[in-house]
Design a protein around this ligand. Structure first.
Ligand SMILES: [Zn+2]
Length: 63
């Protein structure tokens, strides 16, 4: 977990509602992650992790 650093000179491209998601490989699996601390379930396919991330960005309240 990387600490958040606020640098106004370099504003990241935030998704809807300020949730920026990435996918991270975890061994043979791929999981979605978000800057808010949310993590999606481990998936075998990156495309599934991506769809998890998109769902989270669309409705961040669902964990
Ligand atoms: Zn989030």
């Amino acid at each position: 977990m990387v600490a958040h650093e606020l640098d106004l000179s370099e504003v990241p491209d935030l998704g809807v509602g300020g949730h920026r998601t990435t996918t991270a490989e975890q061994g043979r699996f791929v999981g979605a992650r978000c800057d808010c601390g949310w993590r999606g379930p481990a998936r075998r396919a990156r495309s599934r992790a991506r769809s998890d991330a998109q769902e989270h960005q669309g409705d961040p309240a669902v964990r």
